[in-house]
Design a protein around this ligand. Sequence first.
Ligand SMILES: N[C@@H](CCC(=O)N[C@@H](CS)C(=O)NCC(=O)O)C(=O)O
Length: 222
Amino acid sequence: MIDLYTSETPNGWKVSITLEELSLPYTVHPIALSKGEQKEPWYIALNPNGRIPTIVDRDAGDFAVFESGAIMVYLAKKAGALLPTDVAGESLVLQWLFFQVGGVGPMMGQANVFYRYFPEKIPAAIERYQRETRRLLEVLDRRLEAHEYLAGDYSIADIANWCWAHAYAWSGVDIDGLTHLERWIQAVGARPAVQRGKAVPPPLDLGAQDEKTLEGGRKLLV
Ligand SMILES: N[C@@H](CCC(=O)N[C@@H](CS)C(=O)NCC(=O)O)C(=O)O
């Protein structure tokens, strides 16, 4: 059994969707980010970065794993799926996984901060992160023009990128003309395991300027 500490955010969904795809049993422990639960000493002992998600593998001596990308790799290796075992195949998946972890996630995250949450509107910062987000989505689109999935068969690279890319509107970015990306967003989003994983914990409506979402995001800025 695996304990999952998470919230209704893209980095959290990366792990809940991976667990669902792999059919690994897990127990959800929702973390209230706006209340700062992720900064409490008991949680920092599991995740030194004080952010969600975190897992604790009770079948492996209570082994704790933090960083969503590292958790996905751990789970894929544990279950023997969603990550090829040959060197080149694994590398291809890790390239597109790290592309999300080091690019899509941080840039869309900052676009969200400056476009949605930051009390002062700074046009140069908003433009910078939205332009970079759009550029990264175009990279995904070009890759998907000639490939059904990002890195061979459907993998943790698709899950990681989908969790951020499908929420482009929340970052104030459009995907006009990115037809291959749109096709892939629909296809991945239609997977039953993706829909189950995205409902963990119960989802917020990222498209509707939900005041609760905005309030929660603003609280994280202090
Ligand atoms: N690099 C980390 C980023 C995790 C992260 O930024 N989590 C956000 C939610 S998506 C969080 O916990 N924010 C709370 C905070 O900043 O205190 C990962 O991929 O696990």
